[in-house]
Ligand binder design. Structure first.
Ligand code: COA
Length: 378
């Protein structure tokens, strides 16, 4: 993956940086790669760039090869990854590239207001967009419901921010290298109640890519890790139509599929990268994946149970909160992180003794979710 942050680089070149790094890491050249599964969510609206698939394919030496472009809001490249895995699993291809790119900072020429409006296009066209609902507000409403049901507090949310900024300070690829404190988080300007500045992920630029190969070929590569389960589920889009909004049903369904495929239970998961676009989203995700008990997400963060030295490390990379969130690149960046942790090559933010990791990437009003289980290769 590229560093997440601010990049004055066209999307083709930014994706190329991640793709060439993936080729180098896998020891393959573009000639050996049979297809590209590519994610970009908002390029048409942010930079007037559509039909980006063949453009990035040409840039990375894959001209002529099949390219499929995915758009699933913030779950864009997790869906690309899922389809790459299925293409290899089916026997259609043996070696493919999956990844994504996005530019969301003012380098696009768009400020926070404009980018917020573009992101809001992922909410319901008739029932939500006319009300002015934005994504900080979507997740604020989900979190408010969780607070109402379980007594989760703003201070517990602040602990999620402190943890993820602390983790991000150890990750040189993270957008933010700075730590924060509970006091600073609770004193920040309100973005959408209960979220303050430190509860929100930033707008980021970045790209990520991974090489996916068949099980038969895997042992001919250096340090492969196994993708043992990928679950994908959707939910109704308008928040008002969700029966129990704070349980994020799509995440529960995707996790059930992924755990079943991998033949693991949540108890066997050693660490997770979850979609913490807002601190409250991490609380909901940690419960939906069964990593903590329902209602315990905020308490677990406040007690340090989800810190890198805790019993269930969550977002050791810094997560979206501190590592950043270039939306079309986020899903495969989580897969990069799981791969490095399982190989033991994550550098300063390496966890000890991890053998099974889970990635959770959601899009829109928690309406698309992809959950992937990865394990060290036996
Ligand atoms: N967390 C921590 N610090 C942040 C930050 C964040 N999310 N976003 C910006 N900052 C910092 C900047 O680095 C800057 O610091 P500096 O003054 O020391 O340089 C300062 O805050 C102001 O930055 P600016 O870009 O002007 O902030 P903003 O007010 O325009 O935007 C948010 C801040 C939180 C409103 C914006 O980042 C946001 O909307 N994030 C959510 C994005 C989103 O919805 N993604 C989709 C999720 S589903």
């Amino acid at each position: 993956m590229t560093k997440f942050g601010v990049h004055d680089t066209p999307m083709q070149e930014l994706f190329g940086e991640a793709a060439f790094a993936a080729f180098d890491d896998a020891g393959v050249g573009p000639d050996e790669v049979e297809a590209l599964y590519f994610g970009n969510a908002m390029g048409g609206q942010t930079e007037n760039v559509t039909h980006l698939g063949p453009q990035v394919a040409t840039h990375v030496g894959l001209a002529g090869k099949p390219v499929q472009r995915y758009e699933d809001a913030c779950a864009t490249s997790a869906n690309a990854f899922k389809n790459a895995v299925e293409a290899v699993e089916s026997g259609r291809h043996d070696v493919v590239l999956a990844g994504g790119v996005e530019r969301c900072t003012p380098e696009t020429g768009l400020d926070t207001d404009a980018m917020t409006r573009i992101f809001a296009s992922a909410s319901h066209r008739q029932y939500e967009q006319p009300t002015g609902l934005t994504f900080p507000a979507v997740f604020a409403l989900l979190t408010k419901r969780h607070m109402h049901e379980h007594g989760t507090t703003e201070e517990q949310l602040a602990h999620v921010a402190v943890k993820n900024h602390g983790h991000g300070s150890l990750n040189p690829k993270a957008h933010f290298g700075k730590e924060t404190t509970v006091e600073e988080a609770l004193d920040g300007p309100v973005v959408a109640d209960p979220f303050r500045l430190m509860d929100c992920c930033p707008f980021s630029d970045g790209a990520s890519a991974v090489v996916v190969v068949s099980d038969d070929l895997a042992d001919s590569f250096d340090a492969p890790v196994d993708v043992t389960g990928v679950g994908h589920a959707t939910d109704v889009v308008p928040l008002a139509d969700k029966d129990t909004p704070h349980v994020t049903q799509a995440a529960r369904d995707a996790a059930t599929t992924a755990y079943d495929q991998a033949a693991v239970t949540a108890d066997e998961v050693d660490f997770a990268e979850v979609h913490d676009c807002f601190t409250g989203a991490e609380v909901l995700a940690s419960e939906a994946l069964g990593l903590v008990e329902d209602g315990q997400g905020g308490i677990a963060a406040a007690e340090g149970r989800t810190r890198r030295d805790g019993e269930m490390p969550i977002n050791a990379s810094g997560g979206l909160k501190a590592k950043g969130h270039p939306i079309g690149a986020t899903g495969t960046a989580q897969i990069v992180e799981l791969t490095k942790q399982l190989r033991g090559t994550a550098g300063d933010h390496q966890l000890s003794g991890v053998e099974c990791g889970v990635a959770h990437n959601l899009g829109g009003d928690a309406a698309t979710t992809v959950v992937s289980v990865m394990e060290g290769r036996a």
